[in-house]
Design a protein around this ligand. Structure first.
Ligand SMILES: [Zn+2]
Length: 314
């Protein structure tokens, strides 16, 4: 197998499991002269500054990184859901109000979405962040808007992965009786789009402690962030002390990511936005003296960024 950097790079882009192995080898050999393809000089400067700092690099990840694993956002037509003669929009379904009215339908929609997520595999960008965490530990942190759990399945630690909108693979007591968050039962997979929750499924979707109804462990549009379930304060605190905030594949539609970006900018962090298209976050990055917009996909840029940061301080 050719070990030339260009060949390693091409293989990493086409095969996620090879990417993981290659990146880990790259990190272990980083002092022995193998070089990953160079990043943009301006970006390299910002990464070098972050490497020299004890403060963490925070990765804020969004739908773009999951799209490369084949997971749709479920905010467009792929998220529409037929109930009787009515076609619901995702924004109507992902609410506590809808769960109160049509809980079986909401659970059916989430179990279908969960099945899509479970069938997907983490990609080279997820694996790059795993390798970086193994190399630098507490000097990196992920805050993800994605509920698909792919960062954890790739191998990122729960301690350094803030799932700020929850995780579709988990459920909790709908009455908030204080029972711990649990996994959605495996008996509820696979879940084709036409399948609907009935009596048998309803019996599985209950709180283990109080026996009441369980709900998906996700943040809904008509709910607010909190620390206990969604690491709200921890995410803001991480943004305020970050040396560098890398915003990956997210366009800035939700509240906490916006707060994190503004707080990091105000606190003097460098901001790098990786996105296929311009967005409010790329505009913010470009407006800052220590900011950079890297146009492209997460798998285009994250392996090289992670390898650069993984070399350690200085
Ligand atoms: Zn309960």
């Amino acid at each position: 197998m050719c070990q030339a950097p260009r060949c390693l790079w091409l293989r990493a882009r086409s095969d996620p499991s090879a990417a993981r192995a290659v990146l880990e080898r790259r990190i272990h050999r980083s002092t022995r002269g193998l070089s990953w393809p160079a990043v943009d000089p301006r970006l390299a400067e910002l990464l070098d500054e972050a490497r020299a700092s004890e403060a963490p690099t925070v990765f804020l990840t969004g739908a773009g990184i999951s799209a490369e694993s084949g997971i749709p956002t479920f905010r467009g037509p792929e998220g529409y859901w037929q109930v009787g003669s009515r076609n619901y929009q995702p924004e109507e379904l992902a609410t506590h109000a809808a769960f109160e009215q049509i809980p079986d339908e909401i659970w059916s929609w989430y179990l279908y979405r969960r099945a899509v997520c479970v069938a997907a595999e983490p990609n080279a960008a997820h694996h790059a962040l795993v390798a970086l965490e193994r190399a630098v530990g507490d000097r990196m942190l992920i805050a993800t808007q994605n509920v698909d759990g792919l960062h954890l399945r790739a191998g990122s630690s729960l301690a350094r992965t803030y799932q700020i909108h929850g995780n579709i693979d988990f459920m909790r007591c709908a009455d908030e009786c204080g029972a711990p968050i649990g996994r959605v039962p495996e008996a509820l997979a696979p879940w084709p789009k036409e399948r609907r929750v009935g009596d048998a499924e309803r019996k599985l979707l209950v709180c283990e402690r109080c026996g009441g109804r369980a709900r998906p462990h996700v943040l809904w549009f008509d709910e607010t962030y909190d620390e206990e379930r969604y690491r709200f304060e921890s995410s803001l605190e991480a943004a305020s002390r970050a040396a560098l905030l890398v915003i990956v594949g997210t366009s800035g539609a939700t509240n906490l990511p916006n707060m994190m970006a503004r707080l990091a900018a105000r606190s003097g962090a460098a901001i790098v936005a990786l996105n296929a298209d311009p967005s409010p976050f790329t505009a913010l990055a470009e407006s800052l003296p220590r900011g950079h917009f890297a146009r492209g996909s997460a798998t285009d840029h994250l392996p090289a960024i992670a390898a650069h940061l993984a070399r350690g301080p200085g």
